[in-house]
Design a protein around this ligand. Sequence first.
Ligand code: HEM
Length: 131
Amino acid sequence: GQAEKLQAILESAVDAIITIDSNGSINSVNPAAARLFGYDQEAFMGRNVHFLMPEPYHSEHDGYISNYIATGNRKIIGKGREVTGRRSDGTLFPMHLAVSEFTMDGQVHFTGIIHDLSAHKATEIALHQAQ
Ligand code: HEM
């Protein structure tokens, strides 16, 4: 059925997919998110999504979400942005972040799709050095 199809898509996606509620609490992550950030899938549940990012994002991310909810002013939703993520071992990596909004049980939620840019960036640097 439809639910099994959705599950298969989430399980097999190459990109990391994370959903949060309006407080930034993580509700779901796919296996690619676990691989990318270096935590078990269960370790994400209920944690604030800001644990996946370095400063200044870490301290400011709750404010980004509440600003958006208060004003409707989209900084990332529908546009995407290149930002920096933080893995469980503390290392930082470049990532492209796409965010979209959905309503579930009358509450606003967000989906983040994260594409790891570290291989792409390494190639860019190597090409520059070869010139
Ligand atoms: C907004 C960083 C992950 C949901 C933002 C902004 C930044 C940011 C810089 C815009 C701030 C502004 O210009 O006002 C990051 C970083 C992440 C991350 C570094 C690394 C893990 C996520 C994820 C989600 C998410 C996974 C959703 C599951 C949001 C929402 C907003 C936002 C809802 C406000 C809407 C908007 O500005 O359009 N984030 N974010 N973020 N982020 Fe994140």
